[in-house]
Design a protein around this ligand. Structure first.
Ligand SMILES: Nc1ncnc2c1ncn2[C@@H]1O[C@H](COP(=O)(O)OP(=O)(O)O)[C@@H](O)[C@H]1O
Ligand SMILES: [Mg+2]
Length: 354
């Protein structure tokens, strides 16, 4: 018996991808069918490979084709990730950078927002995604609080259009949920919402997508890290011992064998105090040296140090990140940080390509 492509494709219409409630043929998941006298090889495209559905669909393809064409044929199923085909909604995004911290209040959002602005000032195309559902502050910091992202239709599927300000594409869980409601959200709901902001959004071509991650090391952080191809993390800490102990724990989570997400380096926030009226003075009020110690232990660089300045609070609350002001001493710190992030990302990109 000679089997034709069409016979195989027709048979594969019986295989359903439950997540999208349709069969794999109509979902365009069948990438290639190869038939020879010994067997059939099918390559199938999945949104991501680290997902139980890959095994389920692969088994179902085996069974279906064996039933259809007999046990004598060897059936080979090759799962491929969308991103490896240059497909998928995030395929235009070159570098996903996750900004993480051990606990809240250390300046994670401040770093994420100003890193995004500075990368853009250095000529990069940038987006920011606020994944910190319990404390979404990106909309306030960018002055877009209360705005609602528009929707565009692509091949019958709706995609969110990020809000834009200061040349940055912005999406936040905060656009969709009030913080007091967020407390009632279960982990799976947060994951779903996050996935939608990542993959059901019109990010387009970006050099950098900066993610303001929730603080700490919960299930959500783990799932997020597992599901996406993150170029690296930026760790934010303050100089106190308690803060660095927490951030070390967070760092180790991203570094574990299952994930192996590179740590790009540490940003030391609130490193020293510069009084408004004495810009040449530096007071190390939270101590000195702890961040370097941590960097040494983790064998990663300190990407930069940000002083404590009153204006950071004002500018954050006022919807205009401080790095928009070219004369602020903070702007200089962020140029160092962004330059180092670009350097580290480019190194990692070349390593990944080889
Ligand atoms: N270097 C700094 N100097 C002064 N205030 C800062 C600095 N970094 C952050 N802040 C302020 O500290 C508060 C917490 O910062 P935020 O970025 O929201 O932290 P996180 O996202 O880690 O919870 C905010 O009010 C912010 O304006
Ligand atoms: Mg925050």
């Amino acid at each position: 018996m000679t089997i034709t492509d069409k016979q195989v494709t027709d048979a594969l219409k019986q295989v359903v991808f439950f997540k999208k409630q349709n069969n794999i043929v109509d979902l365009n998941m069948v990438h290639q069918v190869e038939i020879n006298e010994k067997g059939i090889k099918v390559s199938v495209v999945f949104p991501e490979l680290a997902d139980p559905s890959v095994g389920i669909v692969s088994n179902s393809i085996m069974k279906t084709l064996k039933t259809e064409f007999g046990e004598d044929y060897t059936i080979d199923v090759k799962p491929i990730a969308e991103k490896d085909l240059g497909k998928g909604p995030l395929s235009g995004v070159k570098n996903i950078i996750a900004v993480i911290s051990g606990k809240g209040g250390v300046g994670k959002s401040t770093v994420a927002a100003n890193l995004a602005i500075t990368l853009s000032q250095l000529g990069k195309k940038v987006g920011i995604l606020d994944a910190d559902i319990m404390g979404p502050s990106v909309p306030i910091m960018f002055g877009v609080e209360g705005e609602q992202p528009g929707v565009i239709d692509r091949e019958g599927k709706p995609y969110m259009i990020p809000i834009e300000n200061y040349g940055i594409k912005i999406l936040s869980l905060g656009f969709f949920v009030q913080p007091d409601q967020a407390l009632m959200w279960r982990g799976s709901m947060i994951n779903n919402a996050f996935n939608q902001l990542m993959t059901d959004a019109e990010w387009g071509d970006l050099d950098y997508l900066v993610i303001d991650m929730p603080p700490g090391t919960g299930d959500i952080q783990l799932t997020l890290a597992q599901s996406y191809n993150i170029r690296g993390t930026v760790l934010v800490t303050t100089p106190q011992k308690i803060a660095t102990a927490d951030v070390r724990r967070a760092a180790m989570m991203y570094r574990q064998d299952k994930l192996l997400i590179p740590l790009l380096g540490i940003v030391e926030n609130m490193a020293y105090f510069i009084p408004e009226d004495m810009p040449d003075k530096k007071y190390f009020i939270f101590g000195k040296g702890t961040t370097d110690e941590l960097a040494g232990q983790l064998d990663i660089p300190v990407l930069g140090r940000i002083p404590i300045v009153e204006k950071i609070v004002e500018s954050g609350d006022g919807g205009k990140p401080i790095t928009i002001d070219q004369d602020s001493p903070v702007t200089k710190s962020f140029i160092d940080i962004a330059t180092n992030v670009i350097k580290q990302s480019e190194i990692l990109q070349t390593v990944n390509m080889n």
